[in-house]
Design a protein around this ligand. Structure first.
Ligand code: TPP
Ligand code: MG
Length: 711
């Protein structure tokens, strides 16, 4: 909306140059950063922020605000300048401490650190993808809560994006844009900073397609604005974008480093300060005093600050609509508030199932049970799979799909794992939802960029990653995760959970929903697993602590501790029973989530893994990396340090030595012979076995009957 003052082209220009010079000065002061994109994209950002964006600088979390995502996160000074100028709690001192230790103006925007930053961006393509998630969230939330009550518009906002060449070169953004077009996300408007320059030089080095034509093929409404300084033309284009019911791309021809006599239209303006001399020349070119830094002319300040009262009015009007809604439909309004607050409803987990000892259930099926149990009680649970819902078992049965026509509950991502992850992040950023997304665990690699960002930003996204080991069988090594557990455990703030049976799976879902400050990954089996003694009572609290004593040693003082996760928990259990039969007191520890266990106090960790019990054996059908930490230097690690093989699961487990008899044999030798370290597989299949055995062959006595549960 226009400010109180009359907006003339001169005022536009003054305000735009204020954004430019603040960005130039911030980068120069930091002696680090990206001035060129803010200088080129300032007019389009100005048009969005002063003429369209409905936001409230003094209430940055106002739920019905329009979202603005700077996908080109390297242009962060553009965003910080706008936040400062329009009255968010981003001070001039914050701009002066751009990129410095402890500042709220880090190199790339970080959600949660800076008021008004809607998404953590910087890895190109992610912001646009997040924005697709936000637009999906807006549509579904409005379908759920607008309607008959009051005037039916408590959820009604737009998502605006500024994206750069790099954003649109990225595969993740292409996946997301394709889905956005298919879903006809009409309240998404992307302004493309079409400056023909990227980090290494002109985009034509590596890029020649017609970008708007590509987006048109995705089903987008597309336009071009020939002059990126023409605010009127940009404004008209945004109006046309809003009038169309498709998502919109506006390719705005800009000039990187606009106004810099020696660096405009060159990659030299991309990622380095202009330098003191060039800063002076540029300010002179703008008609500014070259001796002033971080200068905000009074007219520009007044114009931008009109956003404060305008935002307060918008919030007040919205609150009035909400009050009327609450009057008309109190229960629905209360539910709306609960959803926005992110609190779980009373009794949310009360339909989670308990499974009887001995019942055989694949953990992916137990996860399906959990989703069904949570579905009605946790309507904010919203997600889907990347064309594998039949395998991942993620549909909320009986609910419609989310499509262009219907804002249903089951999302269909197509085979677009990376965008799926970024869209889930967008749903989480938006609020009102608890997103979950699914594929085969191996293909977590295809979405890892998004998973890492969920972890950085602390987003409560749940990953349902099934087919979690060579136990998936015949599809073979391309599909069989081996290094993934270690690779995912290596991501800070991601909780990687590999439940050992159906009860632990229900508990893992509960853990995921109870977590609000970061993502939780569930690694689930394709194959059936036996429900183990003790999990029906112990799993809920045990999984909530990351690890627990599943079976105590006779007499209470173990000589050996076996530790298992996932489908190998049963092997740890059976081996312990075999050793007990030999008179060796053996404890079984289930360790489904290292990160949560690690976060327990020392006393608890020591009670589960007493430092005095140094004979330990871990069993997990993935790489050994990291297990040293839990088994110590007198422990042994039954692991899989090579790729898998194509064969029925039972055959694979047998050849690799993941059988009850063999694990029991290794366990005995840990106690009796001091066997320790990595234990190689028995037979490496078509990749050859790994020569890691440290104390001779620990036993190859195996039989076809020694593979419970791997049918
Ligand atoms: C996924 C990813 N790869 C690489 C980078 C490093 N990087 C930052 S900006 C950029 C390219 C910049 O080109 P463009 O997007 O056109 O931005 P402009 O130079 O126009 O500001 C690159 C390669 C990144 N941030 N993210
Ligand atoms: Mg560019």
């Amino acid at each position: 909306m226009a400010g109180m003052t009359t907006v003339t082209p001169d005022l536009d220009r003054l305000a735009i140059d204020t954004i430019r010079t603040l960005s130039i000065d911030g980068v120069q002061q930091a002696n680090s950063g990206h001035p060129g994109a803010p200088m080129g994209a300032a007019p389009m950002a100005y048009a969005v922020w002063t003429r369209f964006l409905r936001h409230a600088p003094t209430d940055p979390a106002w739920p019905d605000r329009d979202r603005f995502v700077l996908s080109a996160g390297h242009a962060s000074m553009l965003l910080y300048s706008l936040l400062h100028l329009t009255g968010y709690a981003v001070s001039m001192d914050d701009l002066k401490s751009f990129r410095q230790w402890g500042s709220i103006t880090p190199g790339h925007p970080e959600h949660g650190l800076t008021p008004g930053v809607e998404a953590t961006t910087g890895p190109l393509g992610q912001g646009l993808t997040n924005a697709v998630g936000m637009a999906i969230a807006e549509r579904r939330l409005s379908a759920e809560f607008n309607g008959d009550g009051a005037d039916g518009s408590i959820v009604d906002h737009w998502t605006y994006v500024i994206a750069s060449d790099g954003d649109l070169q990225e595969g993740v953004a292409s996946e997301a844009a394709s889905l956005a077009g298919h879903l006809r996300l009409g309240k998404l408007v992307v302004l493309y900073d079409d400056n023909l320059i990227q980090l290494d030089g002109p985009t034509k080095m590596a890029w020649s397609e017609d970008v708007p034509a590509r987006f048109a093929a995705y089903g987008w409404h597309t336009q071009r604005v020939g002059d990126g300084n023409d605010v009127a033309a940009i404004t008209t284009a945004i109006e046309a974008a809003r009038a169309d019911d498709r998502p919109s791309l506006i390719a705005v021809r800009t000039h990187i480093g606009f106004g810099s006599p020696n660096k405009q239209d060159s990659q030299k303006a991309h990622g380095a300060p202009l330098g003191p001399d060039e800063v002076r020349l540029t300010k002179e070119a703008y008609g500014w005093d070259p001796d002033r830094t971080f200068y905000v002319p009074a007219d520009a300040a007044a114009h931008f600050r009109a956003a404060i009262p305008a935002g307060e009015t918008l919030v007040a009007e919205w609150k009035a609509r909400l009050a009327a809604y609450a009057e008309a439909e109190p229960a629905r309004a209360a539910e709306f508030q609960r959803r926005l607050a992110g609190d779980l409803a009373q009794g949310w987990g009360s339909d989670l199932k308990t499974y009887e000892t001995g019942s055989e259930v694949a953990t992916r099926n137990a996860s399906q049970d959990a989703i069904q149990a949570l579905g009605p009680r946790v309507p904010e649970l919203f997600g889907g799979a990347a064309d594998l819902s039949e395998s991942n078992l993620t549909d909320v049965k009986g609910e419609p799909d989310f499509s262009a026509e219907t804002a249903g509950r089951n999302l269909r991502f197509g085979v677009r794992e990376h965008a799926m992850g970024g869209i889930a992040n967008g749903l989480a950023y938006h609020g009102g939802f608890r997103p979950y997304v699914a594929t085969f665990l191996t293909f977590s690699d295809y979405m890892r960029g998004s998973v890492r960002l969920a972890s950085v930003a602390g987003l409560p996204v749940t990953y349902v990653w099934t087919h979690d080991s060579v136990g998936l069988g015949e599809d073979g090594p391309t599909h069989q995760p081996v290094e993934h557990y270690a690779a995912l455990r290596a991501i800070p703030n991601l909780w990687f959970v590999r439940p050992g049976d159906a009860n632990e799976t229900a508990a893992a879902w509960a853990l995921a929903l109870e977590r609000r400050d970061g993502p939780v990954a569930l690694a689930l089996t394709r194959q059936k697993l036996p429900t183990l003694p003790g999990t029906s009572t112990g799993a809920r609290n045990g999984v909530a602590r990351g690890g627990y004593i599943l079976r105590e040693a006779s007499g209470g003082t173990p000589e050996l501790i076996t530790i298992g996760t996932g489908s190998e928990l049963q092997l740890a259990f059976a081996a312990a029973e075999a050793l007990e039969a030999d008179g060796i007191p053996t404890r079984v520890v289930s360790l489904p989530c290292w990160e949560v266990f690690d976060a327990q106090d020392q006393a608890y960790r020591d009670s589960v893994l007493p430092p005095s019990v140094r004979k330990r054996l871990s069993v997990e059908i993935g790489v050994s990396l990291g297990w040293e930490r839990w088994v110590g230097d007198e422990g042994a690690i039954v692991s899989l340090d090579h790729f898998g093989a194509s064969a029925p699961a039972g055959t694979i487990f047998e050849h690799f030595g993941f059988t009850t008899d063999r694990v029991a044999d290794v366990a005995r030798r840990v106690v009796r012979d001091g066997l320790r370290g990595r234990i190689g597989t028995v037979d490496g299949g078509h990749f050859g076995s790994h020569p890691t055995l440290e104390a001779g062959d620990p036993g190859v006595e195996r039989s076809g009957a020694s593979d419970p549960g791997h049918s």
